[in-house]
Design a protein around this ligand. Sequence first.
Ligand code: IPM
Ligand code: MG
Length: 357
Amino acid sequence: MKAKIVLLPGDGIGPEIVTQATRVLETVAKKHGHEFAFESYQIGGIAIDTCGDPLPQETIDACRASDAILLGAVGGPKWDDPSAKTRPEAGLLKIRKELGLFANLRPIRLFDQLVDASPLRREIIEGTDILFFRELTGGIYFGESGRTGSGTTEAAFQSMVYSVGEVERIVRLAAKAAQGRDNRLTSVDKANVLEPSRLWRQVAARVMADEFPDVQYDVVLVDAMAMHLINRPRDFDVVVTGNMFGDILTDEASMLPGSLGMLPSASLGESGPGLYEPIHGSAPDIAGKDIANPLATILAAAMLLRHSLDLDAEAESVESAVASVLEDGLRTSDIARGAASIGTEAMGSAVVARLSN
Ligand code: IPM
Ligand code: MG
């Protein structure tokens, strides 16, 4: 198979981890006789520095013309000034919106080998396997915002808006995914306080009753969900929620497998290329030091193989290679819990070596 893959390394540790994931994809291509063409474009802070725009038009055009996109991370203290004209994160939000990537899949999968790297006790987390569907192109992230007044009465607002169609399509995708797993779906909202959540709850209930009566369905308030994730994570199969709740809950859930450095994500639309990225940020404090964990990005590359290129066996081979390096005791410092660790590039090489065998 031939595929055009756009690389968006971005800021901080982004370039280092994307380099390792690209090596992994190159190895897969070579081994299985595929032709992957990689092209790198700018997004985020680096794009602001070179052309004043966190998402240059040529990046958008290249993404549209691609089969899949692999992104590192955006942002950093250099671009954090709250009064700045634009921010690196705006580039990420815009590419999601431009490509219609409304469904963000964030699997929380536990590697047996890392159970003891989790801050939680083995008996609580063992057996955890959750697939989050975070709505990605609506909600408060994209609501109208602004400032009014001045002095002590200056105020800022940002509205949370969800339409029926937006809720229907993400709930449908999540429910279908549940059917292929343990057939359970949990919808998370704040319907006791927020109007968009009440709409979300009504629409979700209707979609589930009309189209997925076989799927076991329940609803949980987001504050309670924050608690349940720590207390009884095993009880959840597929979870669907809005943009901001999904952002927060998936960072929390990332601690179940021990590190944010292990979790990949896929952002998908109705059609067109998907975008794959680690769920962690740009970690500017450790950028350029060869200590970042590349495994989340490598696992994101596996999701790219599966969801955008339909290469299931290849995706599984990458996931097994990751499991195998962990099995051999190789750890970057974020998952070493004080024991000996290896660097970003060495970890990439270890995965590549397992794949080339
Ligand atoms: C994420 C990140 C982004 C988000 C930021 C970098 C804009 O936290 O992908 O979870 O909030 O969506
Ligand atoms: Mg986040």
